[in-house]
Structure formats: C-alpha cells, structure tokens
Design a protein around this ligand. Sequence first.
Ligand code: ARG
Length: 584
Amino acid sequence: MEKILTMISAKVCAAFETAGYDPAYGKVTVSNRPDLCEYQCNGAMPAAKAYRKAPIQIANDVAEKLSDDETFSEVQAVAPGFLNLRLKPSFLASYLEQARTAPHLGVEPDPKAGTVVIDYGGPNVAKPLHIGHLRAAIIGESIKRIQRFFGNETIGDIHLGDWGLQMGLIISELRCRQPELCYFDESFTGEYPAQPPFTLSDLEEIYPAASAKAKTDEAFAAAAHAATVQFQQGRPGYRALWKHIMGVSVPDLKKNYDKLGVSFESWLGESDAQPYIPPMIERMERQGILEQSEGARVIQVQEPTDTKEVPPCIIMKSDGATLYATTDLATIWQRMQTWNPDRILYVVDKRQSLHFEQVFRAAHKAELVRPETELRHIGYGTMNGKDGRPFKTRTGGVMRLETLIDEVTDFVRAKVEENKLVTGDDVEQTTAKIAMAALKYGDLMNTPTKDYIFDLDRFAAFEGNTGPYILYTIVRIKSILARYGAWEDLPITAPETAEAKDLMLALTRLPDALELAYRDCAPSAICAYTYELSGYANKFYHETRILTEEDKQKQQGYIALIGLTRRVLETCIDLLGFEAPEKM
Ligand code: ARG
C-alpha cells in the first residue's frame, strides 16, 4: 500500500497545482520540530524564487486550498514560508486500519525482487566456531530475513572453509600420533572404516596442537603443506580422513548456529567449488583474459576511474596452485549455474574488502555472472572488548562462540532469577530469548562497518537502547492483551490522546525504516526504529488506563492500537533474528 508520506505529498502537490504553482514543490517530510507540527512542506521557499513572490504568500495560497481537506486537521503557513501540517485523527486511523489488515502490515514488496544468495558463514571446518564468526552470522541472518521480507527468494549459503591448510595440519598431526592407521598406508586397498578415528573433543585438541607445532617445527609445517596438496589432489586415505573430519565437525557447527537462531539453506563449501575450477580456468584462457605475471596467471582488474591501485586477481600460481580468489570465483560460477541469483551478498570481515573488489571485477570480466548481477560485500568491523581491542578471553585467547553464548546466558539467567521474572521451567526459555536479544541487538544496532564494544552490562540492561528493553516492551503489551481477551480483529480507531497519536504516527513509519534497512543492507535502521517505537509505546502505556477504562469503545481502540504495535515490534525483531518470551 502507498506510504503515508507519499499520500500526504500527493495532497500538497495537488494543492500547489490548484493554487497555480508547479506541483513539484509540494513534497512533504516528517517534521523536524514535532513540538510545532507533525509534517512540513518547505516548497514555498524555492517556489518564491521561481515565481518572484514572497514565500509566505505562496504558503498561504496553498494552505487555503487545503483548508477543508479530510487529511489535515491543521495546515498553517508560518514565516518565512513553511507549511506546518497535522493529520486528522480519522485519516490517521483509517490509514493504520488499512495497514493492519494488509499483507505484511502494508509494506510493499520490492517489485524487482528476485533470487538472492547470502554468504555469511565461512567457518573453517575442524576449528571450533569462535567469536570472529559471530558478526557474520548475526548480520547475515538478519539481512537474509530482510531480503525475504521484501519478496526475494533467499538462499543462505554457509560456504564452509573445508579445503585449506587446516586439513593438512590435522592429517599430519594424526599421522604423528597414530601412524599405524590405514589412512596413511598408500598400499591400502580395502574399505576405510565407517567410524572416525577421533571424536569431536579429540579434534578440538588436535587442531590447535598441530597449528602451534607448525609455527615452531619447520619439518612439521612442510609435512602439513604436503599433506594439504596430496589431499587436494585426491589421495584416497586423506580424502577418507577429510570425510571423517566433516562428519564430526559439521553437526557441531549446526548445533552452534542453531543456538544462535541462525540457519543456512545451503551447506556447500569451498571443496564443492573445486570441480568448477579447471573448466573455469580453461574458459578464461579461451576468453583471453588471463595474463602472465611473474609466472602466475592473473586477471587485470584495474579500471581507468580507480583512484587507488587495484592489484590483479591471481587465478593460478606458477606451481599450478589455485588460491582463495580462485575458489570464490568458481563458487560464483557454481551459484549462477545452481540458482541463477540476481544478487550475491557477502557478509564477511571488512578486512577482506580488497579481495572481494578483485573477485567481483574478475567475475564480471570473465562473464561468470550476468552483466546486471549484483555482487556486494557487506564488510563488518571488529567486536572489541572494553579496552577497545579485539575481544579476547581472560587469558588472551580467541573466545569460542559457545563460551561467549554461555557467558551471556549465565549473566542473563542471574538477572532473571534475581528479579524473579519467571519461575520453574520458564527460566531457561526466557533466559535464552533475552540472551539472544542482548547479544544480537548489541551487534545489529551498529552500522556493520563500524567496530563496536562488547559490553554485557549494557547489552543486557532492561532499560535504554537494548534488545531486552524491546522485549520488555513487547512482553508488557502481550500481558495486557492476554488479560483483555480476543484483540486480533479490533479495528484501529481515531486517537483519543496525544500519546495515542504519537504512537500511531510512529507506526506509520514502519515502511520507511524497513525500506532503508533493505536498500542499505543495514539492520541498524530497524533497531533505531524499534527503539523509537518502543519509546512511544511505553509512553502511551504509562499515560493511559487501558484495562480499567470504562468506555468500552475507547478501550477497544486502545487495545487495537497496542495490538498493532505488538505486531509491528514482533515483525521488526523477527527481521533482526530474535523473539520475545511470553513473560519476563
Ligand atoms: N573461510 C573464510 C575465512 O575464514 C571466510 C569465507 C567468507 N566467504 C567467502 N565467500 N570468501 O576467512
């Protein structure tokens, strides 16, 4: 449905026209002086220049044309030539009633919606998920939900890091520890065992041990590199070990992403793109876009308009090895062949921005995508500790994601218990929901590219701009609605009080907030809106006797209003990737 600003602007534009002026001057904006008016139009000022008249005269002419319009309760021309506007309560109510009963609360889907792949995983198999993966998961999940809301077919692709040196490290370490295993016997021709020779906790110990060893032991590092190459070239015993590593590691990754409320439609990895590499390089050779550079095969991606140097994208090193960029290009080609997306969004650390710039340009040059396919990197900054440096464990290590979630959960549980918010079985459920809201909102409220400080005290506070505050607002509304009874079909009616009107005006701004978040891939726009709306909702709640109101008509209007507020808030937090408990 049409946005309220569009409708109001149309009215004012028409009034400019009937008053004899160019309708283009009638654009309306939300007032920046809410104490004076709700909306404003400043078009009389530029019009004054064009028509060589005093702006106030033009404003007066237009105001007169709008004097008995059913949209406005007040149209005031004020010096030097502003038009201050207030909406008629009945107009506002009928607008919101239409939104209440429309699909998606009246927010229009993108007419150009298509298929979107979102790459927001990138965990490296066999290494536990750590906090470096947190932002990709949280921001990516939200962006996926926003893309879907606007009518796109979305595919969240985890893009597992399952092809790199970590495999060779684990294989080599295992070989040191258990050289007798059949996986290392090159003459072995039987079936490899179905059971893995290690457990998840073995694996979690083996990888860091191997990685540390490779840093001091050159021979070991060389062996790990050799094992990586042999694995990549298809040595059967190593491939069998790789399968075991995947089999043990992937369910654990799933479990951890589940805890975060993050899911992927596709669990493909770097390994799945490898078969696409040889034909892709052959095709690039035929296209004549590969150049020789110091023995390597590269694609030049510098453009005449560049103000900085963009180094060539290296496709193959002189020893025939392919690189991270090669895999990403092959993955793009694979995705185009599998899903033919209109857009591929990468939610990856902003330190990889040059890599993506090179890959995107190379992908277009090699025609791996359609000319109109949008490739976009949404780079995020670092999550820092209170000291302003990358967040670490107390002992200075990289914190596992599981540990972080546990710490947030314990902190929230203590608050839930201390304040006796809920009891019995509800404690864990409520705690988990508040913990997710604290963690996710604390991240999403920031512009993705900015670094931010992880501050549990602040994130988990029930007051201020936090996830738990939003949940608290929703839960409060839910509890009134539950006590009232059936509310779902009550129509929105004209506001009785200033607080009700403010809340209604805030509700009309939902489409603007969501469109901004969609266009800029910025969940932070939804956070800002949700916080603003919660403020109006709480103010209304404080100033209004809802359940004790004796005038049933009035009461129904109040209930319908908070019912709609609840649906809008719940829609917003769903797009952010968390949900409200029943009680708190
Ligand atoms: N596994 C990579 C890393 O640890 C991240 C992958 C991001 N996605 C991509 N398509 N390159 O840095």
